[in-house]
Ligand binder design. Structure first.
Ligand SMILES: [Zn+2]
Ligand SMILES: [Zn+2]
Ligand SMILES: [Zn+2]
Length: 279
């Protein structure tokens, strides 16, 4: 699998649109890997995890051919992960597509309700089709197996992390989420991961937590370490597993280079917009 990180920021982007904090000012000045758009990943050129409002921009930035996009695996309904209005631009004369197969969306019931309400009264002519998926069930999608598991993220919504498998390779798309609930751990520990992508929204902000305390809602770097250690201790990961942190917030304050200095010695790759990894 080829994984490209199209965006690596939390909801507000970094620099955040209306923000004048020091971390945003510094990102605007330094640019490069410090400019972070809202998070998503492209897998094997044709499968997206999440559809943030920056997806239109991502297509231009990375010269991507989204007419060939087959599926979008949506983690949850927050605006930085699911910005459905642009799906209207795939039907009729908005889009001329060689192979007019529907674009398949997969997600929870909250995302489904949002999709249905945005397109109430609009006939998308089956150019985009929503498929609801349930936690702990596995779905065959082309060459992939997709398994949603409950995240620790939002009240009132069954937010997902995803286990994504293809041709003997296994990746965990673990954001947005705090430290996983035990029922999610029970499922995770049955796999052997080649790549683990974790939520680092809190940056180093969870350092003060004790050894048995965990960040909830979103992880920070010290909770990322606890997740990594547990996966390795239980045999679900080893020295060949790649660990990537992403979904950074300006509240985490560290510039990309500073984050690498913190993360590299602990065996983490610090994601940046446009980064590619192959497993
Ligand atoms: Zn988010
Ligand atoms: Zn800021
Ligand atoms: Zn969220």
């Amino acid at each position: 699998m080829k994984i490209k990180f199209l965006g690596t920021a939390a909801a507000e982007g970094w620099p955040a649109i209306f923000c004048a904090c020091d971390a945003c000012k510094m990102a605007r000045k330094l640019k490069g890997k410090n400019i972070r758009t809202r998070s998503s990943c492209l897998i094997d050129d044709q499968y997206l995890v999440d559809f943030p409002p920056d997806t239109y921009l991502h297509g231009i930035m990375y010269e991507l051919d989204f007419s060939r996009l087959k599926s979008v695996f949506v983690t949850h309904s927050h605006s930085d992960h699911f910005a459905p209005a642009d799906f209207e631009m795939r039907y009729g004369t908005y889009a001329f597509i060689e192979n007019r197969e529907p674009l398949m969306l997969y997600g929870n019931n909250t995302v489904e309700d949002m999709f249905n309400s945005v397109f109430e009264g609009i006939d998308l002519e089956d150019s985009v089709i929503f498929n609801r998926v349930n936690p702990f069930e596995s779905y065959k999608i082309d060459d992939f197996t997709l398994t949603p598991l409950p995240a620790d993220h939002a009240q009132g919504e069954m937010c997902f992390i995803y286990v994504i498998q293809k041709h003997g390779k296994t990746l965990l798309y673990g954001n947005d989420s705090g430290y996983f609930a035990e029922e999610t751990w029970d499922a995770l520990l049955k796999y052997k991961f080649d790549l683990v992508i974790l939520d680092c929204t809190q940056g180093p902000g969870d350092e003060q937590l004790g050894p048995n305390e965990y960040a909830h809602g979103h992880m920070g770097f010290y909770t990322n370490i606890k997740v990594k250690d547990r996966l390795i201790d239980r045999g679900a990961a080893d020295e060949n597993t790649k660990f990537v942190i992403t979904h950074f917030s300006h509240n985490g304050t560290l510039m990309h280079d500073e984050f690498e200095n913190l993360a590299n010695p602990q065996g983490f790759i610090t994601a940046y917009d446009g980064m590619e990894i192959e497993i």
